[in-house]
Structure formats: structure tokens, C-alpha cells
Design a protein around this ligand. Structure first.
Ligand code: AMP
Length: 284
């Protein structure tokens, strides 16, 4: 695995590979790798010849009161973990490299961004869309792998690719969980022991919502309240949102219909730590 720090060098490398007919697969990340990230890198192997993982904690997707400064970072550990899954390149640019002269162009995706994360984290998806476009221009992939963990982000990235005519296939990888159900996240290291013990209740709450749908519940508000009620049993949670939405168009009908693919999305604060998770099902 080779570490690359500049856009110019990265572009030169991918151009050479492309001349040889290699297919490039990109896995964008903010580092502090866990098994979720590594699963994306392994899946990437199946989609091309050259796997590039990008490691960049993107300042523009964090709000002023969010955790950019204290976001967990450990470059040496990330290098070891990424090498262990045999990726070809780790693209790890500096903030100055990705935002020379600050920046004067940003990308706003207006579909899928007016709800949930888009409302709770103003400007977040502008930061995501802008950095994803820049990372695509640096790595020129045929395929890019994103995790279902950030469900709304996947929809935003797919829209970006469609609208800006990127010839890139977006592949969505399943959520990797701890044995007790907690979705893996770099932010889980923020949790105290007590918070960590309660955190899997997010997974249990989502399961209760999904079970209700499977048993025939179609009313959106009832599905939401089943999930919220479980979370409310634990006063340590502050529920930021719980929302069952149509998984394809993100609509919020009063009632779902048989055959609808729905996703239940949750964001909670546990102490100062904000955790998100989701689960998908099809209405029977
Ligand atoms: P992050 O470093 O948190 O920005 O995540 C980088 C990529 O890994 C994103 O596409 C995430 O959706 C994905 N990801 C994060 N956590 C998980 C997880 N537990 N399972 C699968 N993919 C994940």
C-alpha cells in the first residue's frame, strides 16, 4: 500500500493505471478505521483492479458547534489497518491540499437535504457534496463504495453523481455492527462505559420498529412512536429525530403501502456524542 498526500500525485497515479485499463475503486472515509470501514475496502476489491481509500477529516462538513477538532484521529493505526486489507493506495491529503486558498466554490444538492440530517446539521451536506466531488476528481474512480450507515448521505451522493454527470457507479455496503448490535462508528470511542452499555438500545429500538412493520403496521407516526418509546425508557438518550421514510424518495406519507421499501432513521445524543443508525425493510 502506497500513501499519497497530494492531488497531483494521486491524479498522475490513476492516469497511469487507467492507461493500463485498470478499473479504479474509491472508498471515501474520515479515518479512525473500524471494521465498517474495512468491510467497504474488502467489498471494493470485487469491483475493480485498484482500490484507493481516501482519509480526510473534512472540516467543511462539520458545524461550528460540532466535533471537528476532537474527531478521533490515529494515522499510524489507520495505515496498519488499511494495509491489512490490501488496498493499493491511501490518499491522505492535508486540509490545505484539499482547500487551497480556502475555497470559493461549493456544491449544494437540493434534493434529499431538506430533512433530518440536512435540518439538524445545516451546511453538512454542502460540505459532503463538495468534498466527495473533489475526492472523485482526485481519484477518478469508476466505482465508489459508501456505507448504508450514512443513509441520507448515500442518496445525496447518488444525486450529485447523476446531476454532475459523473460516470461513477455508487455501491452501498451494509452496516457493520458490534456483537451487541451497536453500529460501528469512529465516534463510539467518545462513549463512557455507562453510555456504551446503553448504546445498543438504538439497535433494539430500530428492531422494534421493523418488527411492527413486519406485523402489518403501516402508519408512519405509530412506527416512529414505537421506536421513540423504547429510546425514552433510557433517560440518557436525547432523541434528535426518529423517522420512518420511503427509502427511495425520502417521502413521509401518513401511511405506507405494501411493497414500499422503507428506512427507519434514528439520531440520538448520548451525553455529548451524537449517534446515527438506520434499518431498511419492505412493507409486507
Ligand atoms: P466515515 O469515516 O465515518 O465518514 O465513514 C466512511 C464510510 O464508511 C462512509 O461511507 C460510511 O457510511 C461508512 N461506514 C461508517 N460506519 C460504518 C459501519 N458501521 N458499517 C458500514 N459502513 C460504515
Amino acid at each position: 500500500m502506497k500513501i499519497v498526500n497530494t492531488v497531483k500525485e494521486m491524479q498522475k497515479i490513476v492516469d497511469t493505471h487507467k492507461k493500463n485499463g485498470d478499473r479504479i475503486v474509491c472508498v471515501p472515509t474520515m479515518g479512525y478505521f473500524h471494521e465498517g470501514h474495512l468491510s467497504l475496502m474488502r467489498i471494493a476489491r470485487d469491483y475493480g483492479d485498484i482500490v484507493i481509500t481516501t482519509l480526510f477529516v473534512n472540516p467543511t462538513q462539520f458545524g461550528p458547534n460540532e466535533d471537528y477538532q476532537r474527531y478521533p484521529r490515529n494515522f499510524q493505526r489507520d495505515v496498519e489497518l488499511a494495509s491489512s486489507v490490501n488496498i493499493d493506495y491511501l490518499f491522505s491529503p492535508s486540509v490545505e491540499e484539499m482547500y487551497p486558498d480556502n475555497y470559493h466554490t461549493k456544491i449544494t444538492v437540493s434534493k434529499f437535504t431538506d430533512k433530518l440530517e440536512g435540518v439538524k446539521r445545516p451546511g453538512h451536506f454542502d460540505g459532503v457534496a463538495t468534498i466527495v466531488a473533489k475526492l472523485f476528481n482526485a481519484t477518478k474512480p469508476e466505482v465508489a463504495i459508501f456505507g448504508q450507515k450514512d443513509y441520507q448521505q448515500v442518496l445525496v451522493v447518488k444525486q450529485l453523481v447523476k446531476d454532475l454527470l459523473y460516470d461513477i457507479n455508487i455501491v452501498v455496503a451494509p452496516i457493520v455492527r458490534e456483537p451487541d448490535g451497536l453500529a460501528m462508528s469512529s465516534r463510539n470511542v467518545y462513549l463512557s462505559q455507562e453510555e456504551r452499555n446503553i448504546a445498543p438500545e438504538i439497535f433494539r429500538a430500530l428492531n422494534l420498529g421493523i418488527e411492527a412493520v413486519q406485523k402489518g403496521e403501516k402508519r408512519r407516526k405509530i412506527i416512529n412512536s414505537i421506536v421513540i418509546e423504547h429510546l425514552r425508557k433510557f433517560p440518557q438518550f436525547f432523541v434528535d429525530y426518529v423517522s420512518a421514510v420511503n427509502a427511495e424518495d425520502f417521502s413521509e406519507p401518513n401511511e405506507f403501502h405494501s411493497g414500499d421499501k422503507i428506512v427507519i432513521l434514528v439520531a440520538v445524543f448520548l451525553g455529548k456524542t451524537r449517534l446515527i443508525d438506520n434499518m431498511i425493510t419492505t412493507v409486507p
